[in-house]
Design a protein around this ligand. Structure first.
Ligand SMILES: C[S@@+](CC[C@H](N)C(=O)[O-])C[C@H]1O[C@@H](n2cnc3c(N)ncnc32)[C@H](O)[C@@H]1O
Length: 286
């Protein structure tokens, strides 16, 4: 897999700017729960309680990276997109985090030099066979990998009161989201997200692989802020560059309003809680 085989959906300066502004970072408890797994796997901590080195592959502009900063002496954040790396560097306030563009399938680090590999909302774009081989090469004994992504679970108006048929509404929302993505030319790799990373789990050869259950988080946004979030999708951004006569996001937002029973109200006025599941796969150095 040379650089030309990368699935590059997140390059472009204006998309990278939007991505930094509107994609939510992962809250503290996500990193904490994952770090607990690293401790359990027996990775070595120095006297200050920190691990030595982490890689974040497919880091974007650091949405997951910065949350791990307290746990490591150094973190190298890698991405194929120069624009994403530029934004990450601009936003970086952590002395122990550095960003670097990657150009081919080989991770730019020595054998057995890394305690932990993080991969947030990016593995569906990877060649999993090469990626897992590289994980096994670069991880130290007892090191481990976390692969996860944000999967929208529900949108509820505030005050939050789950509907009696909430499960059904959540399924409808899932369907609507992928209907929108298909309308803007969804890349086939997104089918892996539609199937909640099950195809990645199946492809990982490590016998130590497990799902880490129960991870989720929410943000409280107006529906307008949710619209902004939706514009950070790579395929949508490219689609809109073709200057289509209609913006497909308008229909998608109307569908969501219908689902929430808030038709006729303005997006700025509708306060919601958006909850994401975080399907997470952990595996170890073997
Ligand atoms: C959806 S973004 C996720 C960014 C961030 N980790 C997050 O959780 O928001 C996926 C990122 O993976 C990068 N990417 C795609 N293929 C890659 C590869 N083979 N190796 C490294 N990064 C890759 C893209 O450029 C993009 O920045």
């Amino acid at each position: 897999m040379e650089s030309s085989n990368f699935i590059d959906l997140y390059s472009g300066e204006s998309l990278a700017e939007k991505y930094l502004k509107y994609r939510p970072s992962y809250p503290k408890h996500i990193a904490e729960t994952i770090i607990d797994q690293l401790k359990k796997s027996g990775a070595r901590q120095s006297e200050n309680g920190k691990f030595s080195r982490m890689l974040d592959v497919g880091c974007g502009s650091g949405q997951a990276t910065f949350g791990f900063s307290p746990y490591f002496d150094s973190i190298l954040a890698l991405d194929i997109s120069a624009d994403q790396i530029k934004m990450g560097k601009k936003d970086n306030k952590c002395d122990n985090v550095s960003f670097q563009q990657m150009f081919d399938k080989y991770l730019p680090v020595e054998d057995e030099s890394v305690d932990f590999m993080n991969c947030a909302s990016a593995a569906h774009l990877f060649d999993i066979k090469y990626f897992t081989e590289e994980c096994q090469r670069v991880l130290k004994p007892n090191g481990c990998v976390a692969i996860y992504f944000r999967s929208i679970k529900s949108i509820m108006t505030i005050p939050v009161k789950p509907a009696p048929n909430q499960e059904e509404l959540n399924l409808k929302l899932h369907g609507l989201n992928f209907q929108f993505l298909r309308s803007v030319g969804m890349h086939p790799s997104m089918e892996i997200c539609e199937r909640k990373y099950v195809p990645i789990f199946e492809q990982i050869p490590a016998s130590s692989k497990v799902w880490l259950p129960g991870l989720e988080f929410f943000v409280e946004w107006t529906l307008k802020e949710y619209r902004h979030f939706r514009t950070t999708n790579g395929e949508y951004h490219k689609f809109m560059e073709t200057n289509p006569p209609n913006d497909p996001l308008n229909e998608a937002m109307n569908n969501i309003k219908q689902l929430l029973n808030v038709e006729g109200q303005s997006e700025e006025q509708i306060k919601t809680r958006v909850t994401w599941d975080v399907p997470t796969i952990i595996f170890k150095k073997e």
